[in-house]
Design a protein around this ligand. Sequence first.
Ligand code: NAD
Length: 259
Amino acid sequence: MSDENAGALAGKKGLVVGIANESSIAYACARDFAAQGAALAVTYLNDKAEPHVRPLAEGLGADIIVPCDVREPGQLEAVYEAIEQRWGRLDFLLHAIAFAPREDLHGRVVDASREGFLTAMDVSCHSFIRMARLAEPLMSEGGCLMTVSFYGAEKVVANYNLMGPVKAALESTVKYLAAELGPRGIRVHALSPGPLKTRAASGIARFDELMEQAAERAPRHQLADISDVGATAAFLVGDRARSLTGNVTYVDCGYHIVG
Ligand code: NAD
């Protein structure tokens, strides 16, 4: 991060959901938010994830570190209760989570099971709606909601399979939430990074080929990294981006214009 941005998020309180390890997109975003002065609430998936996430969150000076599996009834609500008690308000949140059962993710969309489809939609899309609903009363002075999509929402990307329709729903959700919450001063964004080597990405078949192809074809002939995504996220949640909402912001060295 360049010094010119230091303090750009001073006084802001942000919730980050989606850190699994230091390769996570959410971690790079949280690092940039913290470097620019934001106070953070960070969640971890479960007991198994906690030893990996807690040291990272503590390293960023997070005020709140709590569990959150969006499939567990009451856990998301408990996160917001902790935020209300500690801060009494929220300025921004990052939703950087996705999941699809392996069998459905590796098969054709035509063959997707009802259960697999609903699980993928629940964890990867409806959880963003729930997070927005819980955030709304805490954002009485406005705020910013951000999620993470992929180009496979828009065009057919080999092996992205079921996550394509799920991310398409997520991007449409961003637009509807932006329209509904805009009058309250709440902005809504999707980041759309190019392929990045993370734990979630390792679930997608032949992901290395996708990375190679994206690097080769992107106008800049390289891939963005998670720090690039973090820098963009920090800009979008800040006041300098006050007139931006409802966008899908690509952080992919231009791959989407040729992909
Ligand atoms: P990651 O594995 O580091 O993060 C995924 C996170 O989802 C993990 O922290 C995991 O705990 C969380 N998660 C899964 N199920 C959950 C549940 N039930 N409740 C709460 N959290 C749950 O991988 P990542 O690549 O950083 O993924 C973050 C987001 O970025 C995802 O939405 C992914 O689809 C998106 N994305 C990734 C890429 C890429 O190439 N890696 C590209 C574009 C978009």
